[in-house]
Design a binder for this molecule. Structure first.
Ligand code: CFM
Length: 545
C-alpha cells in the first residue's frame, strides 16, 4: 500500500523565511540570493541564483576544497599515475579512497590506488621550504614503481611558502626521460570550492597528457566518457552496457582510467559528458583542438540511460548501432521495470531531498522519479549558475576575483590533428532533427514549481529543512549523515554511496530502487532520539568547583 503523501502546510516563502530568520541581516541578504523558490516553467526563463561564491566565514558548509576537487575527484581515480600530495599528511590521507572510486587492474596489474603518497611536510619544511623533500619523494616513487606518470598536488602551505612544484616536476621529468612528471597548483584555498580544483586538473591533464599517444585506436563507434568516476562501480556498469552495444570507450575521465587512456583521448569521435560540472572544460578543449563534438549524457536512471544510448546511436547514425542499442534496451528494461513496479507500491508519493556536489543532486532526481518519489528540495554544494539554469547562461557569467585565480589556457585547433567528425551538412541535419550538441538543462527546469533550490546548503539550514518538511529520505554526504539520522530521517550518502552501488545504468537502477525502498520503508530511524531531544540542555561543572 502506498503511504499517503505528507501534506506540506508551509508555503515555500515561509520556509525560506524560517531558514533566514536566525542570521544577522548581512548574512541573511546573501543567503537569500542562494535560496530560490523554483518558478521554472516551460514558458518562463528560470530565475537567477547566486552560486559559486565564497561561503560566509562561520557557516558550516558542506563544501570541500580546491585540492579535493583536483587530486581527489579528477586525478584520484586514475590507477597507473602515481599521485603525490605535497603537504601535511592529513590532506593525502583524507583524499585517499574515501570517495570509493573503484578500479580494476586485471589487464596489466598496475594499480597505485592502494597507496597513499605524500611528502608528509613537517614544521621545518614549512619554514625552510619543501622542494628538496619533494624531489626526493618523486625520486623514491620512481625508483620503486617506475610509473608512466607522476602527478604532484599542492596543498595550502605549499602556495603560502612558495615551493615551485612545477620547476621541481620539470626537472625530474627531464632527469627520468621515461616518466611524465607534472604538477597542479591546486592549493585548497585557490577557489571557493572543489570546483576550482576540477578546472585546474582539466587544464593540466589536457596540456601535459592528452594527445600523447598517436597510435590509432580500433573501434567502429569510438567515444570518450567524460565526468564518470566509477564510484561504487558505476563506470563498470556503464562499460558493460557500452560493450554490449558495440560502442568503444577510448577513455573515461577518470573512473578506472589509465595514463594511456588520457593520452589517447583525441582518437574518439564523440565526447559523452556525464558530470558536466567537473569536466566540461576538457570537452570544450577536445572540441577546439581536435574537432571532437560533445553531448550531454546521463546514466543515472534507467530511462536516462536508455535516452543517452539512443542519443549516442543517433549521433553515429548507423542503423546497425541503432538496432543494437534498441536490442540492449529491450533486453535490460524488463527486469528494471519489474523491480520498479514492485518498489513503487511502497515508495510512490514519498519525498526526498538531495544536496550533493555539482551533478548528482540533479541526476539522481531521475531515479527517484522512476520510483514515484518527489524531490521537495535540492541543491548543489559548489555548482555554477549554468548547473541550475542551463548552459545557455554561461555568456552572462561574470568573472570575479576567485574565478580569475584559475588559469585560463589558450587552446587552438591542432594543425595536423584537427578534423571535424562530420560534414557541416551532417551536423545541420542532426540539429534540425532536434539533436543537441554542447548543451545541458539545469536543475531548475527539472524540479516542480514551488520547490526550494538551495546553493551551498549548510548544517543549520539542513537541520531546519528536515525539521520543517520531514522528507522520507535525505541524500548528501558523510558530514551530514549522522546529524540527519539523529533527526529521525534516513540518510543516503550520494557521494560515496555508503557501502552500496553501482547505481548507474540498468543494474545500478535496480540496486538503487531496492536500497531506497529498504531505507524509506524502515521505521528504525523514527525511533531515534538524539540526546538533545531528551534533555536539550547539558549542564556541567568544573572539577575544582
Ligand atoms: Fe561531478 Fe562527481 Fe558531482 Fe563532482 Fe564531488 Fe562526486 Fe559529487 Mo562528491 S565529480 S560534481 S566533485 S558527479 S566527489 S563523483 S559525489 S561532490 S555531485
Amino acid at each position: 500500500m502506498a503511504k499517503t503523501k505528507k501534506v506540506v502546510q508551509l508555503m515555500p516563502a515561509d520556509i525560506k523565511e524560517e531558514l533566514l530568520k536566525k542570521y544577522p541581516p548581512k548574512v541573511a541578504r546573501k543567503r537569500a540570493k542562494q535560496i530560490l523558490i523554483n518558478e521554472a516553467t516551460e514558458a518562463e526563463a528560470p530565475p537567477e541564483i547566486l552560486a559559486n561564491v565564497r561561503t560566509i566565514p562561520g557557516i558550516i558548509t558542506m563544501r570541500g576544497c580546491t585540492y579535493a576537487g583536483c587530486k581527489g575527484v579528477i586525478m584520484g581515480p586514475t590507477r597507473d599515475i602515481l599521485n603525490i600530495t605535497h603537504g601535511p599528511i592529513g590532506c593525502g590521507f583524507y583524499s585517499w579512497l574515501t570517495r570509493r572510486n573503484q578500479t580494476d587492474a586485471s589487464s596489466d596489474g598496475v594499480n597505485y590506488m592502494p597507496y597513499c603518497f605524500s611528502t608528509d611536510m613537517q614544521d621545518q619544511d614549512i619554514i625552510f621550504g619543501g622542494e628538496k623533500k619533494l624531489s626526493a619523494a618523486i625520486q623514491e616513487a620512481y625508483d620503486i614503481f617506475h610509473p608512466k606518470g607522476i602527478c604532484v598536488f599542492a596543498t595550502c602551505p605549499v602556495g603560502l611558502i612558495g615551493d615551485d612544484i612545477h620547476a621541481v616536476s620539470r626537472k625530474m621529468k627531464e632527469k627520468f626521460g621515461d616518466c611524465n612528471v607534472f604538477a597542479f597548483s591546486c592549493e585548497g584555498y585557490k577557489g571557493v570550492s572543489q570546483s576550482a580544483g576540477h578546472h585546474i586538473a582539466n587544464n593540466q591533464v589536457f596540456t601535459n597528457l592528452v594527445g600523447e599517444n598517436t597510435e590509432p585506436k580500433e573501434g567502429k563507434y569510438k567515444i570518450n566518457l567524460l565526468g564518470e568516476y566509477n564510484i561504487g562501480g558505476d563506470g563498470f556498469e556503464i562499460d558493460r552496457i557500452m560493450k554490449k552495444c558495440g560502442i568503444t570507450n577510448i577513455s573515461t575521465f577518470s573512473g578506472n582510467s589509465t595514463y594511456d587512456q588520457f593520452a589517447s583521448a583525441q582518437h574518439a569521435d564523440l565526447d559523452c559528458v556525464m558530470c558536466h560540472r567537473s569536466i566540461n572544460y576538457v570537452a570544450d578543449m577536445l572540441e577546439t583542438k581536435y574537432g571532437i563534438p560533445w553531448i550531454k549524457v546521463n546514466f543515472i536512471g534507467a530511462e536516462s540511460t536508455a535516452k543517452s544510448l539512443r542519443k549516442i546511436a543517433e549521433y553515429f547514425g548507423d542503423q546497425e548501432l541503432i538496432d543494437r542499442v534498441e536490442a540492449v534496451i529491450a533486453e535490460e528494461m524488463p527486469e528494471v521495470k519489474a523491480v520498479a513496479a514492485d518498489v513503487r507500491t511502497r515508495t510512490e508519493g514519498k519525498t526526498a531531498m538531495l544536496f550533493v556536489g555539482g551533478s548528482r543532486a540533479h541526476h539522481y532526481q531521475d531515479l527517484f522519479a522512476e520510483m514515484g518519489m518527489k524531490t521537495l528540495s535540492a541543491g548543489y554544494e559548489f555548482a555554477h549558475r549554468d548547473d541550475y539554469e542551463g548552459r545557455q547562461v554561461i555568456p552572462e557569467l561574470k568573472p570575479d576575483a576567485d574565478s580569475r585565480n584559475i588559469e585560463e589556457i589558450e587552446v587552438t585547433a591542432d594543425e595536423k590533428l584537427y578534423s571535424p567528425r562530420k560534414t557541416a551538412d551532417e551536423f545541420k541535419a542532426l540539429e534540425d532533427a532536434g539533436f543537441e550538441f554542447k548543451h545541458y538543462e539545469g536543475m531548475n527546469d527539472q524540479m516542480d514549481k514551488g520547490t526550494l533550490i538551495i546553493d551551498d546548503l549548510n548544517q543549520y539550514e539542513a537541520d531546519k529543512l528536515v525539521e520543517l518538511l520531514k522528507p522520507d529520505i535525505f541524500c548528501a554526504g558523510i558530514k551530514e549523515k549522522f546529524s540527519i539520522q539523529k533527526l529521525g530521517v534516513p540518510m543516503k550518502q550520494l557521494h560515496s554511496y555508503d557501502s552500496g552501488g553501482p547505481y548507474a545504468g540498468f543494474k545500478g537502477a535496480i540496486n538503487f530502487y531496492k536500497e531506497i525502498d529498504r531505507l524509506v520503508s524502515s521505521k528504525v530511524w523514527s525511533y531515534m532520539k538524539a540526546p538533545w531531544q531528551e534533555s536539550p540542555e547539558l549542564t556541567a561543572t568544573f572539577v575544582w568547583e
